[in-house]
Design a protein around this ligand. Sequence first.
Ligand code: COA
Ligand code: AMP
Length: 629
Amino acid sequence: MIDTSMGNYQVAFQRSMSDPNGFWGEIAELVTWEKKPTIILDDSKAPLYRWFSDGELNTCYNMLDRHVIAGRADQPAVIHESAITGKSSMLTYAQMLEKVAKFAGVLRMSGVVKGDRVVIYMPMVPEALIAMLACARLGAVHSVVFGGFAPAELAARIDDAKPKVIVSASCGLEPNRIIEYKPMLDESIRLATHKPDRCIILQREQHVVELGELDIDWNTAMSMAEPTECVTVKATDPLYILYTSGTTGKPKGIVRDNGGHAVALTWSMKNVYNIEAGDVWWSASDVGWVVGHSYIVYAPLLAGATTIVFEGKPVGTPDAGTFWRVIEKYGVNGMFTAPTAIRAIRKEDSNGEFIKSADLSKFETLFLAGERLDPDTYEWATEHLGVPVVDNWWQTETGWPIASNLRGLEPMPIKAGSPTVAIPGYEIKVLDETGKPVPPGTEGNIAISLPLPPGTLPTLWGDDQRYIDSYLTVFPGNYATGDGGFIDADGYVHILGRTDDVINVAGHRLSTGSLESVVATHSLVAECAVIGVADEIKGQVPKAFVVLKSGSEIDPEVLQAEIVALVRRDVGPVAALRDVVIVPGLPKTRSGKVLRKTMRGIADGKNVDVPSTIEDASILDILRPLLRG
Ligand code: COA
Ligand code: AMP
């Protein structure tokens, strides 16, 4: 059982449940407020809860100005390390503040005021962080879009967020090629109904582009701008929108507020990750994902730590020793990445030779999240690194961990396959289909009691009803996570995977619905289903099962190449769809609904009962080997 002698964890957890106002009210003292909140939990519009609703602050002030005033001006704030160009650079807190204040001036000069949206479509360069923080400084709302998405996906986000300005770069760098961002940006603006007033383009020396009428060069704009002070915002004002895949094709605009986010993330840095001011922290993700937002950008700078911004891959360029050399070079204390990165390294360096040759004496903990940490990967990393390997479970929606081993608050024994326990503020439950709690050890749907703690999503951008319908109505009184799993007899949480049509490819979240809508546009496809199937490195990859229109004939390899190209064009290379199989039919109910859950179960190797509603069970005999193959 979890320690019942009321260690730090139990005390904090119990208090967060019995006295959320007292618990979060005290933690709110970690943040510098312009106006201290007197209301902690605001339930006046339940089930839409708000935190610190009469408080006022500026998130950028808490990340930069505050630390400069406190004597951290010369401490490195952001270190940029590019394994692709072989170059590195550093910005102190004072330098970061100067650049962010200047770029806020650029945005202001471009007409951006509090509440306006700014889309950021950039590679892993310090300017991406500068743009994000400049928005926070002005009270503008940023929406960062991952560079691996195609123009159509960017256009959908532009139309939803309606940005006044877009900040982008001439190119991104992948190990094998230069990604030309500018033509993709231009195409997305052409596709979108909403048009921005201006695009600010960072020219990278690897690929300099010609600027168009809407565009202004980053450096030119910076040379013209005046530094800008922080604009005070309400705790409940939006800080950013981050789009994530839902079960349907239309991405969900997850909203993050300013106050709850600053409080929760600051607390998490010490209590979950055991990182304090002056420590060196590295989150090897991308600013386009929630891990990037929270743990490359916001939390480490809120905490006064040094954050590493890494451009590159764990393997290949130059080799599987990259991660360990970066840890050695900067004396990294804690690192965060996705299990898929460790699986990729293990494949290249199974005996951990690169690890042995690096000095990891300052390295204390490896944190992994974004997808299930399989016990094999956990064991390998633990054995070779000789530090705790800590799984933490969360989602774009929550913005920070729901379950983890809390390394700063009270480290606990680690169990392979489990992200340990619920973080204070999150009451995790496992429910059956009718919403009844299941006994320990029994698998079910994972839900969290309302209200969710500070830092989690208050709503979806411009769509309270979609938020309520998607998350709050399945199990009334609870937030439905979309994940399945169980809590064992010791109180440890185990996450087994999604219960819906969301898949996780190399730690990247994708909607099979949006992939299906693209596959279905192929002229010979009558219908299709896309399922996530197991992959040795990426955890899951999408596989498309297509039924051809009657009378159509095509070489399966040609069809596959055409569909792969369609998905790369319309969703982006990040979708990693490579496998397309022609099938005579799909398993359906008599009313015509495709039995995706049955297909998923078979693909996962489960013993699946054939649903009584199935129209023709014989199709499953044909699909079974293809789903498992
Ligand atoms: N801009 C443009 N294209 C991008 C991109 C970006 N920012 N990021 C990835 N892509 C492209 C890649 O070049 C690749 O294209 P390809 O099919 O032409 O090779 C495709 O999208 C898939 O990328 P990725 O999923 O990164 O696969 P990979 O084979 O290049 O690398 C891993 C595999 C495991 C090494 C890599 O996914 C990884 O390091 N993941 C772990 C860290 C992580 O980012 N986690 C995210 C959440 S914590
Ligand atoms: P994202 O919103 O992209 O962060 O993806 C969130 C989803 O990733 C969750 O709903 C889970 O399905 C999965 N996930 C994230 N972290 C973990 C973890 N530690 N263990 C298992 N699944 C995880």
